[in-house]
Design a protein around this ligand. Structure first.
Ligand SMILES: Cc1cc2nc3c(=O)[nH]c(=O)nc-3n(C[C@H](O)[C@H](O)[C@H](O)COP(=O)(O)O)c2cc1C
Length: 462
């Protein structure tokens, strides 16, 4: 036989304490200038210290006058809504068809910048509150004046990547902890919690939506049992650092999914060429030869006359010192021939030591293969130029491919001025013409794309 009373006192039969999520019923459709705290207090005089008020952002937008007049014709209204979305977009994150996921000026990433036309009059569209954290703090302060110390969350409805179905999230908060940091703690099994942060604000928002609900027209709920510290007399939160909804926004630098896949691919394509720049100093880190070979494969797809393959790339390893020494000797001889003093020659050549410090050197060549021969010099020269520019195209392709792999490069002219020496040292056929040398290494800083150049006088129409 069991004794029900004894069981209850052991806590076995009685329901344990938990949270209560209570709808605030009987609230009106709010209009600009309405007294929101007064209306909530009148409808829910039972609100007590430690409660968390969870308010739909739409209600805040309405009382704060964030309603924009819109055409009531459905098509015109939809076009106007899209214009508003564009105007409030800071960054396009993903797009499929006309659906846009964007970052808005609040830092929120949401479909259509969080601007929607639901639950407002047919000739209006609601913008999000201008500063939902501040709105939450004002509401909390108004409740404090009325003698209730409550926490406040302002919520918006969002879809989630990879998950069907929308839920409510916290976009404004005051006096309630929205992020609980368990990092550095230990779980019940003794495992160290390395990255666990709990998004309390979003959890509360989602729970409150269970009683608010879109269609029920209940814009406010009260969550009881969290014992929120609430707002103090200065409009500040009680004791928690993570009590504005901004704390829930992952910083851009920590975002592993900054862009939707399609946009990331598009941006990568657009920026690949702009990543390349001449970098004359490298880290000591070795370069993976397989990456260089892969980039050479990319470079060999560059256009070439008569569908030939006139370009060769030589990775210089064994003959590196011999190559650099013999080119230096030839350079010094040239400068001496120009009448330069030894001192001046030493200073000038010291500045040209970029290749010495490059972890890898690749020498590009054009071969004589596939060239047409002409009886006259003019056409012979033109043919030669044609193959030289094809060599240039391939080298640029190599540099861009290296940059896309995160590698730095400098295209140095030296071998062009010492072709015989280069051919002899590298033991290549007599019709191969060197097109300089490419120093390759890891950059000191991550490569970032630059802006395209102004076209001004370089793009001419005739
Ligand atoms: C054929 C060729 C030869 C070059 N030779 C040298 C060189 O000997 N030394 C050097 O420091 N840069 C050399 N450069 C790199 C240019 O100085 C560089 O491209 C230019 O300053 C523009 O900078 P960017 O490449 O970062 O756009 C060469 C570039 C080309 C295309």
């Amino acid at each position: 036989m069991t004794d029900p009373e004894a069981e209850a006192s052991n806590g076995l039969a009685a329901a344990p304490h938990g949270l209560q999520v209570l709808p605030v019923l009987g609230l009106p459709d709010f209009r600009p200038g309405d007294d929101l705290p007064g209306a909530i207090l009148a409808a829910a005089p039972w609100i007590v210290d430690g409660d968390v008020l969870v308010v739909t952002s739409k209600a805040i937008s309405k009382v704060e006058g964030r309603l924009v007049p819109a055409p009531s014709d459905p098509n015109a209204r939809e076009n106007f809504r899209r214009e508003l979305v564009d105007a409030h977009t800071v960054r396009l994150v993903a797009q499929i068809g006309r659906t846009k996921i964007v970052e808005n000026s609040l830092g929120l990433i949401a479909a259509a910048a969080g601007i929607d036309a639901s639950n407002v009059r047919l000739d209006e569209i609601a913008l999000l509150p201008e500063d939902p954290d501040a709105s939450a703090a004002r509401l909390g302060a108004a409740f404090l004046t009325a003698g209730r110390r409550v926490g406040v969350l302002i919520t918006d409805t969002q879809g989630r990547a990879w998950r069907n179905g929308v839920t409510d999230v916290a976009i404004g908060a005051a006096g309630v902890q929205v992020l609980e940091d368990h990092r550095g703690g230990v779980d019940a099994f003794g495992n160290e919690l390395v990255v666990t942060q709990v998004g309390l604000g979003d959890e509360i928002a989602a729970a409150s939506d269970l009683v608010k609900g879109k269609l029920a027209g209940v814009p406010v709920a009260v969550v009881r049992g969290l014992d929120a510290p609430g707002i103090d007399a200065h409009g500040l939160a009680g004791d928690s650092a993570a009590d504005t909804a901004r704390a829930l926004i992952r910083p851009y630098a920590e975002d592993l999914f900054r862009l939707g896949t399609d946009l990331a691919i598009e941006q990568g394509r657009r920026e690949a060429v702009l990543l390349r720049r001449t970098i004359r100093s490298f880290t000591r880190a070795p370069v993976d030869e397989r990456i260089v070979e892969r980039c050479v494969g990319v470079a060999l797809t560059a256009p070439a006359p008569h569908s030939t393959r006139p370009v060769r790339f030589v990775l210089v390893r064994e003959h590196r010192q011999a190559l650099l020494q013999s080119m230096l000797a030839e350079w010094e001889a040239d400068l001496a021939g120009d009448g330069w003093t030894e001192d001046r020659i030493a200073r000038r050549t010291a500045r040209g030591q970029i290749l010495h410090h490059a972890p890898e050197i690749v020498v590009p060549f054009i071969t004589g293969n596939g060239r047409h021969t002409y009886p006259d010099e003019r056409r012979q020269d033109a043919e030669r130029t044609m193959f030289t520019v094809a060599g240039g195209a391939a080298v640029q392709a190599l540099l861009v491919a290296l940059a896309a792999e995160g590698l730095a490069s400098a295209w140095i002219s030296s071998t062009i001025f010492a072709p015989k020496v280069v051919r002899a040292v590298l033991d290549v056929p007599p019709d191969w013409e060197p097109l300089g040398a490419i120093g390759i290494g890891h950059p000191h800083d991550v490569l970032v794309p630059r802006a395209p150049a102004p076209t001004t006088d370089a793009f001419v129409r005739r």
